[in-house]
Design a protein around this ligand. Structure first.
Ligand code: AMP
Length: 282
């Protein structure tokens, strides 16, 4: 298994792969790998000759009071989890190399970056898009894989790819969940026992909303209220937002018709969790 840290070495590796006429799939991650990440890697292995998994805790996407310092970093563990996928290439750029303090250029995907997570995390998606663009430029992938768990993120990456004419096919894959519905996340390890047992309420609330919509409820405001009430029953949950929005534009919906996205962000204790569900209304 190959682990590359140098940008130059990564450039050269990708160029050689391309020169040989082989295809590359990129799976960008922040490490602390779990089954959600591994599902993306499994799909990437099926699609391309060479798979590159980047592991980089991206400082640009963390706000000032967020968990950058304590975010789990476990490269050895991650390498072990990736062994069954060998041959596979791990790209672990160094922070100073990859995000120098003087970094002035950045990618802004306007409009899509403003609602939902963008409200409480200004600059977050600029940080994500900028790093993904750098990863695209360095690894030169034919394909890139993202999770629907971070729905807004994959939408922004698809828009960036299209608007900036990257010749890359971007795939988004379904959320992998724990036995009780909790969306897998590297942040779940922060949860204490009490918080962990409260956390599946996010997915329960999403499913409850889905049931109601499928029974004919059309009023997005009512759905929003019902979710907020349900989450409000769990004292450990502090809602950041509940969104009932158009899945393409992320604009708030008033009357539910066709496909809609229901998205939640909430703090459980000190841990910020997000989850979402696409619902097909009649
Ligand atoms: P992260 O390491 O959290 O930045 O995630 C790296 C990639 O894995 C992103 O594209 C995420 O959307 C995706 N991902 C994270 N959690 C899951 C999950 N539970 N199921 C599927 N994909 C996921």
């Amino acid at each position: 298994m190959k682990t590359v840290s140098s940008l130059k070495e990564m450039f050269e590796f990708s160029r050689k792969v391309k020169d040989r006429g082989q295809t590359i799939a990129l799976v960008p991650t922040m490490g602390a790998l779990h089954e959600g990440h591994l599902s993306l890697i499994t799909a990437a292995k099926k699609k391309a000759d060479i798979v590159i998994v980047s592991i980089f805790v991206n400082p640009l996407q963390f706000g000032q009071n967020e968990d950058l310092k304590k975010y789990p970093r476990r490269l050895k563990d991650d390498q072990n989890k990736l062994k069954p996928f060998d041959p596979i290439t791990i790209f672990t750029p160094g922070e100073k190399d990859f995000t120098p303090a003087a970094l002035a250029a950045g990618i802004e995907v306007e409009i899509l970056s403003k609602p939902l997570c963008g409200k409480a995390r200004p600059g977050h998606f600029r940080g994500v898009a900028t790093i993904v663009a750098k990863l695209f430029n360095i690894t030169q992938p034919n394909y890139a894989f993202f999770g629907e768990k971070d729905y807004q993120q994959q939408l922004i990456i698809k828009k960036m790819t299209k608007d900036l004419s990257y010749n890359i096919e971007v795939f988004s894959l379904p959320t992998v969940r724990e036995y009780d519905g909790l969306a897998m996340s590297s942040r779940n390890i922060y949860l204490n026992e009490r918080e962990r047992s409260a956390a599946p309420i996010l997915y329960k609330a999403l499913n409850h909303a889905k049931d109601i919509i499928e029974k004919g409820e059309k009023d997005a405001r009512r759905i929003n209220l019902i979710i907020a009430q349900l989450l409000g029953r769990e004292p450990l949950v502090k809602i950041e937002y509940v969104g009932v929005v158009d899945p393409e534009t992320l604009e708030e919906t008033k009357e539910i018709k066709g496909k809609i996205l229901i998205a939640i962000a909430a703090n459980i204790g000190q841990t910020r969790l997000i989850d979402n569900l696409i619902v097909n209304a009649k």
